[in-house]
Design a protein around this ligand. Structure first.
Ligand SMILES: C[S@@+](CC[C@H](N)C(=O)[O-])C[C@H]1O[C@@H](n2cnc3c(N)ncnc32)[C@H](O)[C@@H]1O
Length: 243
């Protein structure tokens, strides 16, 4: 069977972001040809949620995480091509000063530490249709960014948290960095609150998480969609690809 891809995935494969279904690994010493590798395969699922923004006037997107030095800006190039309108604006945030080289007429860059609540609060002063967190993948950072930035998502917009596999299995210890609550636990609880409109359920009540700030957003959320390794949270006013 042929490898079926979407338009977003085809561009993602060409730009070599690990969001795509296929990629090329970093060249190792002694290699002259990069190895083919499997990516996270997010894009075939994201397209359902994001295709509608390609034609939206004044579409604003922010991505946390510009990419490693050897592959800097792969997803920036994907978004620049997929969201083709002249008035599309992308804001990219990364710890590395070299991320600044990605800036152009449609792309602005902030260099800063996303573990710093002050940096996040400054980012939260602008409004976005889509915010995508692909930065450190630490539980504490994923949840802090969601708590501070979700209010900046416009009505009908989408907040995406990538690489939630760090909540599972062998990765738990190294990605918790001392945090007690993992990202997936909060997202699954949020999903239960949205599904049951805040009503009681054995899976979502009676825990010590009741007062976690992220859970207070449930009334502003249309859907919480978990895909392999990522979660898409659609804000009030989002009604699928046809709007
Ligand atoms: C997985 S890469 C992003 C990949 C890129 N979005 C793509 O799809 O091509 C993660 C990025 O997060 C950045 N990062 C890690 N910790 C960070 C932090 N505390 N604050 C800001 N950026 C951070 C890294 O420098 C790296 O560029």
């Amino acid at each position: 069977m042929s490898h079926v891809t979407s338009r977003m995935d085809r561009i993602g494969v060409r730009c070599n972001t690990d969001k795509a279904s296929l990629g090329r690994s970093r060249l190792r010493p002694g290699q002259s040809v990069p190895q083919r590798s499997h990516g996270h395969d997010y894009l075939r699922k994201y397209e359902f949620f994001l295709a509608r923004f390609a034609t939206k006037p004044d579409y604003r997107m922010m991505e946390l995480g510009a990419g490693p030095e050897w592959n800097l800006g792969a997803s920036v190039r994907l978004w620049e091509e997929y969201f083709w309108r002249d008035d599309f604006r992308l804001h990219v945030v990364d710890l590395k000063p070299t991320a600044d080289t990605l800036a152009n007429e449609r792309v602005t860059v902030t260099v800063g530490d996303l573990g710093d609540p002050g940096v996040l609060r400054r980012l939260a002063t602008s409004a976005y249709d889509v915010i995508l967190d692909d930065a450190s993948h630490l539980w504490g950072h994923q949840l802090l960014a969601f708590e501070i930035l979700f209010p900046s998502v416009r009505e009908g917009g989408v907040y995406i948290i990538e690489d939630i596999e760090t909540s599972f299995g062998e990765q738990r210890e190294s990605w918790s960095q001392g945090a007690e609550i993992d990202t997936y636990t909060i997202l699954s609880r949020l999903n239960g609150l949205v599904a049951g409109k805040g009503r009681d359920h054995p899976l979502v009540s009676g825990t010590s998480l009741d007062h976690h700030p992220a859970l207070g957003f449930w009334q502003d959320i249309e859907s919480v969609t978990i895909v392999s390794d990522a979660c898409l949270i659609a804000k009030r006013g989002y009604y699928g690809p046809l709007g």
